[in-house]
Design a protein around this ligand. Structure first.
Ligand SMILES: C[S@@+](CC[C@H](N)C(=O)[O-])C[C@H]1O[C@@H](n2cnc3c(N)ncnc32)[C@H](O)[C@@H]1O
Length: 325
């Protein structure tokens, strides 16, 4: 026979256990995967959120290989007829329209906008912590795409702006905008993993927006970034705040990409990791950034500013000691 206090205790434990199981089921349904601690059994089919992107990626790759033998690496741009007699504005308009894809909507010339589906002036700039005054700073824009943040940094007084992007088409489009704006910013085809002081020098301000979740080797990327940053890092990534592990560094791996785009209508095979906020902070700490501060979590999670412990001026590479010597 149970005395009343023990019976109450047992009932309380039962209620808590039921609550815990219900919450785990809710979290599982919300996040679309099994609760932590459970393991995929041998022979069990792949979960839907993994199998579907895998099929998409394989179909995309098959379609590409079917045309690869006759396809070009970069799309052919039709030359503008009578280009020499054209007004510069019309020539730029032709170049912008000839590009099959633009990521960023940006002002190529006064009143002439690229047709990008991402609108950084509205959706990113107000939240991404770019200082109003960059006078005298050497700025690196990693994953610069068509250069919205590079040109904005230049406009805010940066001494020198360098963009890098691993996708050749990004650099070509950047250069259309650069020429139209008569900008001094330069973009190079370079992977974040290849950053080192000998190549492009060191930087007072490093912009690392929208690239982290595209990386297979994110910690290596942060190490390379730390090696060239002598001042401030501004870091933005998409993330996944898993409720069960709040506060614990945690990451979710997407082996075959996920849906992306303004309305999740585009399949992107180049997304690999979504980290939670604790994990981003831990990874920044691991490579030696300090004073990490979360600047924004909404509507574009997740923006952090951090800096190096001992600041020095960003410098171009020493030309007596650079890889091309
Ligand atoms: C989502 S876009 C972000 C563009 C821009 N930073 C912004 O926030 O609007 C990601 C860009 O990073 C580039 N990228 C992806 N992986 C990269 C890598 N490993 N190294 C350099 N650039 C990379 C892509 O080609 C693309 O232009």
């Amino acid at each position: 026979m149970q005395v009343p206090a023990v019976r109450e205790y047992v009932e309380r434990v039962r209620a808590l256990t039921a609550d815990r199981d219900r919450l785990a089921r809710e979290v599982q349904a919300l996040s679309g995967h099994r609760p932590p601690g459970t393991v995929q059994s041998a022979g069990e089919p792949l979960p839907d959120d993994w199998a579907l992107p895998k099929q998409r990626r394989q179909a995309m790759s098959k379609a590409w290989h079917e045309v690869a033998a006759v396809e070009r690496l970069t799309p052919r741009i039709e030359p503008a007829q009578g280009a020499l007699d054209m007004a510069l504005r019309d020539l730029v308009r032709h170049q912008v329209a000839a590009e099959p894809y633009w990521f960023q909507k940006l002002e190529v010339m006064p009143g002439l906008f690229s047709p990008g589906w991402s609108d950084p002036a509205k959706d990113k700039l107000p939240y991404y912590g770019l200082p109003d005054d960059l006078t005298g700073k050497r700025v690196l824009d990693i994953g610069c795409a068509e250069g919205f943040f590079s040109f904005e940094a230049e406009r805010r007084g940066a001494r020198e702006v360098v963009g890098i992007d691993s996708f050749p088409d990004s650099v070509r489009r950047f250069n259309i905008v650069k020429a139209a704006r008569q900008s001094n910013a330069n973009a190079f085809l370079m992977n974040v993993y290849d950053l080192e002081p000998k190549r492009l020098g060191t930087f007072d301000v490093v912009l690392f927006y929208g690239v982290f979740y595209h990386l297979k080797h994110p910690q290596l990327a942060l190490e390379r970034i730390r090696s060239i940053c002598t001042g401030d890092l501004l870091f933005q990534t998409h993330m996944h705040e898993e409720p069960c592990v709040k506060g614990t560094p945690w990451a979710r791996y997407y082996p075959h990409g996920m849906m992306s785009g303004a309305n999740k209508e585009l399949y992107d095979p180049t997304i690999f990791w979504l980290f939670n906020s604790a994990c981003c902070m831990a990874m920044l700490d691991h490579v030696g950034f300090t004073n990490a501060r979360i600047l924004a979590t909404d509507p574009h999670p997740f923006v952090v500013s951090a800096c190096v412990p001992e600041r020095s001026a960003g410098c171009p590479p020493d030309q007596t000691d650079s890889p091309w010597c």
